[in-house]
Design a protein. Structure first.
Length: 316
């Protein structure tokens, strides 16, 4: 470990900008805590940090732990450019615009202009090393969140457990899929739902498999949901092949068997649907449309789960 380089970034982390005009708004240290955790969990493996819904999801978890102020993850992602260790990489065509823009207020605007950010290579090298990473994380906690150490450590521990459960779900696809009732693991009850959701969201890139919209709030939070094909209360089955990413409307309709998916991953609509209004019309127009599928075939929805769902639709 190069002590001089480490001291340099300890000093950088101790001198972040904090908005105290209307109460504590520690956007920059919260974003750095988020990035440190994502590096630790190997969710950031190279020095490339995209403004993704996954990053926002983790940012908000830390934010809600340390303040009740309204969050805006676009602010620190943009304004950290004032620190020498943070570097923006524009999307093609936005090079000049990014040079002159003085502020970005929404996450959608941020994603439109910025492809990703990167850290100084020296800093990234420190953060992939456990000891140095922990020193820099402790620097942030001690400087900006003194008195909230236990709360932050609880978030860190829970995120580690969720990430571990998510990895288990992804590893489990090497086994044959089963629709049979499984016994829920009581010790994993707290992390089961967020772990399943996060895994499905990442598999489908926070995009609805039906309408293919990546629906984000102005703050960058995804409103897409992780749906079970065979409901969890009937199967206790969090196998990712029993999951699909849906927006709220299509999740509601899917859970009520108003549409399903056939053997070729084509949408089929219930015969009970009649075009009485805009919602019914929207669902009827889905007929014959292919759903969005994961990039890896082993993560595709299980045919036996889809067959179960189709049977329920036909029996309505």
């Amino acid at each position: 470990m190069n002590e001089e380089i480490l001291r340099k970034y300890i000093n950088e982390f101790r001198n972040l900008r904090i908005d105290r005009a209307h109460g504590n708004a520690p956007h920059q240290p919260v974003l750095l805590l988020t990035i440190i955790e994502m590096i630790e969990q190997e969710q950031i493996k190279i020095n490339k940090i995209p403004p993704s819904p996954h990053l926002v999801e983790k940012f908000l978890k830390y934010w809600n732990c340390v303040t009740n102020r309204k969050p805006n993850p676009a602010l620190p992602f943009f304004h950290l450019k004032s620190r020498s260790f943070w570097h923006h990489h524009p999307n093609p065509g936005y090079e000049k615009a990014l040079e002159v823009v003085s502020q970005i207020k929404t996450f959608s605007q941020l994603r439109k202009m910025i492809s990703h950010a990167s850290l100084d290579e020296e800093l990234f090298t420190l953060l992939i090393q456990p000891l140095e990473r922990e020193i820099l994380r402790k620097t942030l906690i001690d400087k900006y969140f003194l008195g909230l150490t236990n709360e932050i450590q609880s978030v860190i521990l829970e995120e580690q457990q969720i990430s571990g459960f998510s990895k288990e779900l992804l590893d489990y696809v090497q086994h044959d899929f089963s629709t049979e009732l499984e016994e829920p693991i009581e010790s994993k009850k707290k992390i089961r739902e967020p772990g399943f959701r996060r895994t499905i969201m990442r598999i489908y890139d926070y995009t609805c498999a039906v309408c293919e919209l990546q629906i984000l709030t102005l703050d960058g939070e995804s409103v897409t949901e992780a749906a079970h094909i065979i409901p969890f209360n009937k199967s206790n089955n969090d196998d990712v092949r029993n999951g699909i990413s849906l927006c709220k409307l299509h999740h509601w309709a899917f859970d009520r068997y108003l549409f399903s998916v056939d053997e070729s991953y084509i949408i089929t609509v219930s015969d009970l649907m009649t075009e009485k209004g805009p919602t019914e019309w929207m669902l009827k127009t889905l007929y014959g449309k292919a759903i969005l599928l994961p990039k890896q075939q082993e993560l595709f929805p299980a045919q036996s789960a889809l067959a179960w769902h189709r049977e329920k639709m036909l029996s309505q």
